[in-house]
Ligand binder design. Structure first.
Ligand code: FAD
Ligand code: SF4
Length: 496
């Protein structure tokens, strides 16, 4: 084993001028074996990081395993809570790292890069996991709506517990926003496909091109299955409704990224403006560059310090990578008109904002309408968020579901909605709206569904843990929680 070095082992990046030439060249150069062992060996085993992880993965457990060169145990420990180890190893915003006790002095442990190493160096997960199904003494059927990370995670943990799972997915492939939103240069598709295939190998059946509300009715699922898990994500674009939005060359980022991720090469011209400041804005900007734009500007209404996700190591890394690629940021501005010629966009007019203290704890932008600017552009991409489309739910169900003001479903600590037997998770319930939170929801929901099925007499037993893997000597047992019954009083978790 390498001697302990207290400074973080740096992760190297490919040359920005080279990596922007193609849509799929990765940014990061993965750790070598020596590097990953040295990095994992820095871990003190205190467990503070676990509190930062929405899925409560036993992070020190897998670091210590890797420090000892045992990546197979590292994989099993991750799979206790996460069937998307490679996905999260590449794109998780790693909130756990911001909790690391070494963060202030020597650099937090690179938990995400270590996870990436584990997943990318094990070819056949099943050979390592040797999944033993729990015998719950009964049969039950669960319908899952949406094959994004949350739906697929629920499918994994339910199918390895012997439940018959059917997934209804409106598009022609699984992955949700992991495929339609996240670009390939951040998440290689062979890794995504490998993890989806692995999940489905335990028997979950998937109906592609099947939109609930159009091709199959929600009430039929509710009547024909013993429980339903809704994990449809947020697929309805929030538009700015700025004057000129209908001009050719103006897109919402979901449409733009979705089309590019399905293989289309959109002609973006020389200059592109992105409106927004989150994950999606950064991706739209970096994809535009890879489609041949010479200049890409990101226009955001708040200040750099008020951008989504800031402060966090992920937000810093995201900005560093974009700035390395010479993407330019225009902070504190409000676009108010898109101008065009012959129906095609040619420019964007915006005001400069001042940031005022609204008393809410977050400074709010107020446009200074005497400070008007015009930027000439060929393409505008609105990365201004998205919301859920629950229009497939009949009124009799909708009226019984508790929802937040912004339209998210409210769930209890087992991700059951206020309608018994209907569970929900992922972007339609959690606040963070990232993959690991959707995975965490699905883990809680899978346990909640098992408790519910036992209450209904469909199964005889509920396991203590969703998985039955043999673990090596390094795993810890933090955060074992289990109730015998689904609680009758809902403890609302999703709006806290
Ligand atoms: C551009 C972009 C970049 C992102 N980058 C990151 C990142 O780097 N890291 C990170 O952690 N998160 C990232 N996210 C967020 C992350 O992708 C989401 O939080 C996550 O995918 C949500 O998972 P989900 O399962 O709830 O929903 P989704 O992934 O949205 O999946 C929902 C699925 O439901 C299907 N569906 C919807 N309605 C119906 C219906 N009526 N019938 C049948 N099927 C239906 C959809 O087709 C889809 O497959 C990004 C998001 C975007 C848009
Ligand atoms: S907080 Fe840092 S040092 Fe402590 S267990 Fe987690 S990774 Fe290791």
């Amino acid at each position: 084993m390498n001697p302990v070095n207290y400074s973080r082992v740096p992760i190297k990046r490919y040359d920005p001028d080279t990596r922007i030439r193609t849509l799929n060249a990765p940014t990061l150069i993965p750790y070598t074996l020596d590097e990953v062992v040295a990095e994992a060996s820095r871990c003190l085993g205190c467990g503070l990081c676990i509190q930062g992880c929405p899925a409560k993965i036993d992070i020190p457990g897998y670091q210590i395993a890797v420090a000892n060169g045992d990546i197979e145990t590292g994989l099993k420990i991750n799979f206790e809570k996460l069937p998307f180890v490679a996905v999260c190893g590449n794109v998780c915003p790693h909130p756990c790292e911001d909790n690391c006790v070494l963060d202030d002095n020597h650099g937090s442990i690179a938990t995400r890069h270590i996870k990436k190493f584990i997943a990318e160096n094990i070819e056949d997960y099943n050979e390592v996991l040797k999944v033993r199904k729990n015998d719950l003494g009964g049969k039950a059927k669960v319908a899952i709506i949406g094959a994004g990370p949350s739906g697929l995670t629920a499918a994994f943990y339910l199918s390895i517990n012997g439940i018959d799972v059917e997934i209804f997915e409106q598009t022609s492939r699984g992955g949700g926003m992991m495929f339609h939103g996240i670009p390939e240069f951040r998440l290689p598709r062979y890794l995504l496909d490998k993890e989806i295939e692995h999940i489905l190998s335990y028997g979950a059946k998937i109906h592609y091109n099947t939109k609930v509300g159009r091709d199959v009715q929600f009430m039929d699922l509710l009547n024909n299955f013993d429980a339903v898990y809704i994990s449809i994500g947020n697929w309805k674009p929030n538009r700015t409704h700025v004057k000129g939005e209908e001009l050719k060359g103006v897109y919402h980022a979901l449409e733009f990224l979705g089309r590019v991720n399905q293989g289309e090469r959109i002609d973006v011209g020389e200059t592109v403006a992105i409106i927004g400041g989150g994950f999606t804005a950064f991706d739209a900007a970096r994809v535009s560059l890879r489609l041949g734009a010479k200049k890409v500007y990101v226009l955001y209404r708040r200040s750099k310090e008020d951008r989504p996700g800031y402060p966090s190591s992920n937000a810093e890394e995201e900005l560093e990578e974009a700035e390395e690629e010479k993407i330019e940021f225009v902070w504190e501005v409000s676009p108010f008109e898109y101008v065009g010629e012959n129906g095609k966009v040619t420019g964007i007019k915006y005001w400069k904002n001042k940031m005022v203290d609204s008393g809410s704890g977050r400074r709010e932008p107020v446009p200074m309408k005497d400070q008007e600017f015009l930027m000439k552009v060929d393409t505008i991409i609105e990365a201004t968020g998205q919301k859920p489309d629950l229009s497939f739910l009949p009124n009799e169900i909708m009226s019984k579901l508790r929802m937040t003001q912004s339209g998210d479903l409210i769930v209890n600590q087992y991700n059951m909605t206020s309608y018994p037997g209907i569970f929900a998770g992922g972007d339609i319930t959690n606040k963070r709206k990232d993959i690991i939170s959707g995975v965490a929801d699905a883990g809680r929901a899978a346990m909640g569904i098992l408790l519910y099925l036992k209450d209904k007499g469909k199964i005889m037993r509920v396991p203590k843990r969703l998985t039955n893997f043999e673990q090596g000597p390094y795993s810890t047992t933090y955060y074992e929680i289990r109730d015998e019954k689904i609680p009758t009083v809902l403890q609302i978790t999703s709006i806290q």
